[in-house]
Design a protein around this ligand. Sequence first.
Ligand SMILES: *[C@@H]1O[C@H](CO)[C@@H](O)[C@H](O)[C@H]1NC(C)=O
Ligand SMILES: *[C@@H]1O[C@H](CO)[C@@H](O)[C@H](O)[C@H]1NC(C)=O
Ligand SMILES: *[C@@H]1O[C@H](CO)[C@@H](O)[C@H](O)[C@H]1NC(C)=O
Ligand SMILES: *[C@@H]1O[C@H](CO)[C@@H](O)[C@H](O)[C@H]1NC(C)=O
Ligand SMILES: *[C@@H]1O[C@H](CO)[C@@H](O)[C@H](O)[C@H]1NC(C)=O
Length: 687
Amino acid sequence: MNITVAIIILFSLLHLVDIQAAPSIRKNYFAFDPFDDSTDADFLTFNGDSTSLQGVLHVTANKIKEPEKLINMSGRVMYSEPFKLWSSEDSNPTSFKSSFVINLEKVPRWNPAEGLAFVIAPDASMPTESFGGYLGLTNAATNGNQSNRIVAIEFDTEKQDYDPDDNHIGLNINSVISNKTVSLDVHNITLSPETSTNYQVWVHYNGTTKLMEVYMERQGVRKPEEPLLRETINLKNYVSQQSYFGFAASTGNYPHIQKNCVIEWSLEIDALNKESDLIWLKIGLGVGVPAGVILLVLCGVLYVNKRRRRRRRRSDEKSDVFDKSLRWLPGMPKEFKYKDVKKATNNFHESMRLGEGGFGIVYKGILNIENDTTATEIAVKQFSRDKIKSKDDFLAEITIIHRLRHKHLVRLIGWCYEKGKLLLLYDFMPNGSLDTHLYEASNQNTLNWERRYKILADVASALRYLHNEYDQKVVHRDLKASNILLDSDYNARLSDFGLARALDNGRNSYAELGLPGVAGTMGYVAPECFHTGKATPESDVFGFGAVVLEVVCGRSPGTGIDHHQRFYSLVDWVWLLHREGNIQEAVDERLRNEYVVDEAERLLVLGLACSHPIASERPQAQAICQIIGGTMSAPHVPPFKPFFTWPSMDASFRTAEGTVSTTILSSNGCSVNVTAEGFSSSPSSCL
Ligand SMILES: *[C@@H]1O[C@H](CO)[C@@H](O)[C@H](O)[C@H]1NC(C)=O
Ligand SMILES: *[C@@H]1O[C@H](CO)[C@@H](O)[C@H](O)[C@H]1NC(C)=O
Ligand SMILES: *[C@@H]1O[C@H](CO)[C@@H](O)[C@H](O)[C@H]1NC(C)=O
Ligand SMILES: *[C@@H]1O[C@H](CO)[C@@H](O)[C@H](O)[C@H]1NC(C)=O
Ligand SMILES: *[C@@H]1O[C@H](CO)[C@@H](O)[C@H](O)[C@H]1NC(C)=O
């Protein structure tokens, strides 16, 4: 047996290991959630009347003030890079998932028309004369022609002779005459209702089963169990191997117009472009596994013999692959040179140090961009656990954060992976973290009531995005005041995704972090986490509740409060005041009387509701936003704090293993042992 073959197979096995460790890296992925006009327009091709404005793609123009100018419009917005949809003649088409938020806004006193479509097309351009019933997809000359090579999902608000009604979705192949339509009236959905409504749409395509599924709901509502439209279609028969994704739309003649807006969009396609990796995979699976046992022994011998050299080579090889796949991810922010970051941070000088976050040290940096006289301030996170853990930490954070986009999440602007240095570059937030404003004397009085209220509303909207609006459910797992950063106008952005995980990859367990016990910060960690060892959206809500009480009361959840010579935790104290009917007494004294009583009471009650010991009783992020926004009343909170019971009655936690005592490390370094019995009382052992 040839030694080179053995090495090839060893490496191919290493590839398999890599794939399992970081599945999301092997996808084509981009997300505009929401669009950022200044940066995202570069990734898109605008055709016809389409334009983008203030975070919204107007696929037909934005002329609400002069509606007559919206007559006979058509446009297409396409992602500028094509995607390869199958690898060879005899392979299946690739699977993909796309999710987007649309608003087909009705113009008062005009009838809605014509519609919008999610489209897969052979190029990024569009046909002329595609207004009216042609939806920006085809025109009188090309409609129905097989050489169009387009497949689209239409959202149609105007009835043509061939349509069932003026409120339906359809699957279109090369034509605006749909192959399949689904009327939406029976589903209680009106595409273009009197009051402007955002709809979230999920389009899933499974290349193995060839099943195309379309789900739709009002934005903020969970994805429905059942798709509205489900159809088998072999994309290989209709579209080009290299295809573009985007949106097309049109309006009609007087008085039939509407605005056709796309507000968010993400797309995830199984990666095919890296032919070399596919070959590796084939060798790994086809040859490697059957011959694997014998070869592993052989490789083992080789491994012992040339251990040093091998190790160096192996890690080079791995980091090289890792590096390349990062660079190749569409929508990835910029890669920076280590020497530039070093310069920006004054060689990571102590004076530039901003603080420490999940597994890394954060420095301030000042980038001088070439051909630009202005300097940009950045925050640089340097991963600081040991080499292997740091790589995992870096990978975990970047795979989560690079595709999340929301105005209340801190923005990733770049990354650097060079010479074993792992760095993530974020927007610098001039007003630092929320906790410093609450507690540091020099920052006293910077947070008036209005700002505090707004900060909590901002964080709630970020949480709603993570839990509901993003296709994959993401848990942050480390919600606390020091992870909430403030920009120059005191707008809040949630930061530090070092512990965040997507729920559907099953890696929400704390154990995988390689830390003793449950990671997180005392006072912010939900009681059930100590039993399940797992983070959930409900445990994020618990952390949010702690932040709410902290911001309103101006006290840290980890400090004890002396109330008539008895010590209480913050939650227990507020609960006591709630029972006594004096909840207002909990409001930060430093605000004096300059706050809105109703709002303060609403927030305090909300904070208690989120701190409910039973996870299933806590409000969800969507409701939290409505409560803060004042469109829903504050939840009922019982006078006595319910006891934490284990196992809880909530079925979702039933599967947990037996109760054992767990060591928790809190941020201030104190280590506490919490047991099932011990936690039903307040964690005062940490005070
Ligand atoms: C379809 O389009 C192709 C290319 O534009 C053209 O050559 C062909 O004549 C068209 N077929 C029909 C039936 O119009
Ligand atoms: C469905 O699509 C195929 C492929 O383009 C087409 O030939 C056929 O006429 C369509 N059927 C209907 C009912 O529109
Ligand atoms: C139908 O939709 C409206 C919102 O447009 C909602 O208030 C109502 O509860 C829905 N009805 C049903 C039966 O789902
Ligand atoms: C496609 O469907 C098959 C069969 O149901 C399933 O095993 C596979 O995981 C699906 N693929 C994707 C990408 O969802
Ligand atoms: C819009 O298009 C229709 C059909 O081509 C045409 O009759 C009408 O005059 C057009 N309206 C305007 C305002 O251009």
